[in-house]
Design a protein around this ligand. Structure first.
Ligand SMILES: [Zn+2]
Length: 279
């Protein structure tokens, strides 16, 4: 009964694909881009640069200390773009994208901890990002905005499995629009988190317009996070709009990027656009 057998195989395949998709969503940001609706219309325009908030680390003026050799109105020191490596996977400034795999590609951070916040998948972050996440979630809560962690660190082997499933079921071309190749995922740095609020827009572009999404756009930089895949910059980042996907880079860089009105780390550091893999 060939017809029956064909239907049976087709049904099994459909179930297998559905399982992979479901697994992808559950491990979350399994897909990278996590975009479930890659063709969703743009909902957010480019942000206009906002006034720079005073930096917490700015030392208070101390009139008692006299420094006669200094000019009356010293300029603020230029931002040091070489303060941290962009290549070392242990650097808080490491840039991972479709043209910049982590080296080694099997990199795993040595200081992963599970942040003490509501955490859907229980995934860890590097210590510094976990601490920043705890502070940021607490600050949002103090403003009456609930934010929690959906997805954080994913290791190389997990990405091999997720990406491989997409390739096996839907082919490499499709897989590359949906899932990061192993070694190229920002989540593997342990510095990247997907956040959600208490509403129905989890891992959806409409998150940008929720209270949690709006709060993050306003304050994430003050905790060292930058939205990594802004709307309309897929030609540079390689990924469609992901208003939930934030990368920890430290307060200094996050605030500088924002102060300059820059939208992507690639542009800030003058790196090549990474719309697609080199080969
Ligand atoms: Zn993500």
């Amino acid at each position: 009964m060939p017809a029956l057998r064909f239907r049976s195989i087709a049904r099994v395949s459909a179930v297998a694909i559905a399982s992979v998709l479901a697994a992808g969503l559950l491990t979350s940001c399994a897909s990278e881009p996590d975009a479930i609706h890659p063709t969703a219309p743009a909902t957010k325009g480019k942000e206009t640069p906002k006034p720079v908030a005073p930096k917490a680390e700015d030392p208070p003026a101390s009139p008692e200390v006299s420094a006669p050799e200094e000019p009356a109105a010293p300029e603020s020191p230029a931002f040091d773009r070489a303060a941290h490596s962009l290549d070392d996977p242990n650097s808080i400034w490491v840039i991972a994208n479709k043209l910049r795999p982590l080296t080694p590609q099997t990199y795993t951070p040595g200081d992963l901890v599970v942040p003490n916040v509501r955490n859907t998948n229980g995934q860890p972050l590097r210590q510094v990002a976990a601490g920043a996440t705890e502070q940021m979630v607490a600050a949002a809560a103090a403003d009456g905005v609930a934010i929690h962690l959906v997805s954080a660190f994913r290791d190389y082997d997990t990405q091999v499995s997720i990406y491989g499933s997409f390739v096996a079921n839907q082919g490499q071309a499709f897989a590359d629009t949906t899932s990061a190749r192993p070694g190229h995922s920002e989540h593997q740095t342990g510095l990247t988190a997907d956040f959600a609020g208490d509403d129905a827009c989890t891992l959806d572009t409409c998150f940008a317009d929720t209270a949690a999404g709006q709060w993050l756009q306003k304050y994430a930089a003050d905790f060292g996070f930058t939205m990594r895949y802004p709307d309309g910059y897929e030609g540079i980042t390689g990924y469609f709009f992901e208003p939930w996907h934030y990368r920890y880079v430290g307060v200094e860089l996050a605030q500088e990027v924002k102060a300059q009105g820059m939208q992507t780390l690639e542009e800030f550091f003058g790196l090549p656009a990474a719309a697609d893999y080199a080969g």
